[in-house]
Design a protein around this ligand. Sequence first.
Ligand SMILES: *[C@@H]1O[C@H](CO)[C@@H](O)[C@H](O)[C@H]1NC(C)=O
Ligand SMILES: *[C@@H]1O[C@H](CO)[C@@H](O)[C@H](O)[C@H]1NC(C)=O
Ligand SMILES: *[C@@H]1O[C@H](CO)[C@@H](O)[C@H](O)[C@H]1NC(C)=O
Ligand SMILES: *[C@@H]1O[C@H](CO)[C@@H](O)[C@H](O)[C@H]1NC(C)=O
Ligand SMILES: *[C@@H]1O[C@H](CO)[C@@H](O)[C@H](O)[C@H]1NC(C)=O
Length: 394
Amino acid sequence: MAFRFKVTRSVKAVMGVALLVYIGTFLVGMMARMHKPTFPWTSDKDDYAAWRETVASHDAILDSKNKENSLAGRRPQAPNRTLVEKLGIRTGYQTEKVKKEERKTVPCPKTVASLAKYSKWFKERYRQDVKLFLDKDDINNYDNLSASGLPFGFRRQNKTVISQILQHKDFSNPPVHGASGKQGCIRCAVVGCGGILNGSEAGEEIDGHDYIFRLNRALSAGKFAKDVGKRTTFYTFFPESQHLTDVEDKNALFFFTLFKAYDADYALNMMNGDDPPKYVSRGKTYKVRKPILDPKKVKFVHPAFFTYVFKTFLDSKAYRPTTGALVVFLALHICDEITIYGFGYDPRFTMHYYDTKFVVHTNASTGSHDVDNERKLWHKLHEEGVIRLFKRDV
Ligand SMILES: *[C@@H]1O[C@H](CO)[C@@H](O)[C@H](O)[C@H]1NC(C)=O
Ligand SMILES: *[C@@H]1O[C@H](CO)[C@@H](O)[C@H](O)[C@H]1NC(C)=O
Ligand SMILES: *[C@@H]1O[C@H](CO)[C@@H](O)[C@H](O)[C@H]1NC(C)=O
Ligand SMILES: *[C@@H]1O[C@H](CO)[C@@H](O)[C@H](O)[C@H]1NC(C)=O
Ligand SMILES: *[C@@H]1O[C@H](CO)[C@@H](O)[C@H](O)[C@H]1NC(C)=O
């Protein structure tokens, strides 16, 4: 018996709708492909490899110019802006030419999280879920956080002090992206204190970013604006490095780092608006400046974050990470694209950009940190395309 299939009116309608849906999907797909961001902000693997190659050639040009100058005994000069602009555009580096408004509306195909796809080295280390800052609830986690001493945990700390800080009426741990939350592609500048910034004229470029991270003494206070810029979104400090009076931005948030027991006592007084407690170390008494700030704007870097940076990126070398290292990694967890300025301890320049006389880099001047190890890390992150390390053609 033959089976006869009768095409009814309703079957025809269903087929028609299916055809329309198919064509629609095809068109949307085509449009999406047409809108696919092109080199250099690409998420395409081949283009990304090309980008990496361009970064390498950029560095080769700078290196050969540097070698030429050092052979000729020439002192470092301001960078050739034409060359930097040109290379900047070629390599996809952000320059002041890319207008801020324009950037805000452009999606962010090359985010730090997506970089994990390309760099095996970075992927093996980057942990998106690590906690950056302490919150009120961390007091319930106190015992768990006490496996190590500061800055990696609270072992042998005075629990009452930590509890009084976290339960303080003014401790609000404000959101980093403001009340409205994260929006668009966030480009960040992290400004260290390296002498490479002296005479760099990078201030305008730095201020052109969405967020600007500064730390310790690396502030402008007007004087250095041309080289380091003026804006500050986040300022990170510890008691002895505190220069809050130089933070010109009224909207800045403050990141405090607890490196040692004294810092906790200091933090509690800071929350209360009191003078800092007496600071005695190895029998000597030090004068510590009073921090003048709004306690509602302070965040405390989480001990787990110290551990993460130290163990996964610095391979537990040296005694503890520098504030600079912490801030770069905070940026890697807050931003999409990052350029770091004034990092890398370049011996051709004075130690800090604000030095009044040339200061030579010595083991004594760099204290308990392994700066060689950190310098290698900045170059590695640059080579892997994770961050851009600001360099100069001198
Ligand atoms: C700066 O670089 C551009 C492009 O490479 C070059 O044409 C120009 O001569 C350079 N200027 C100086 C002062 O070296
Ligand atoms: C306590 O710490 C361990 C190891 O660091 C971790 O696996 C665990 O999730 C922590 N517990 C809580 C409640 O945070
Ligand atoms: C811990 O801190 C509290 C509050 O500042 C203080 O009263 C107490 O004496 C401290 N305890 C120790 C063992 O130092
Ligand atoms: C900073 O740079 C200027 C030239 O740009 C130079 O004259 C001065 O010596 C530098 N300062 C230090 C401390 O190296
Ligand atoms: C600094 O320390 C490193 C390693 O500890 C050593 O190799 C180097 O020679 C030292 N440099 C100076 C100038 O003492």
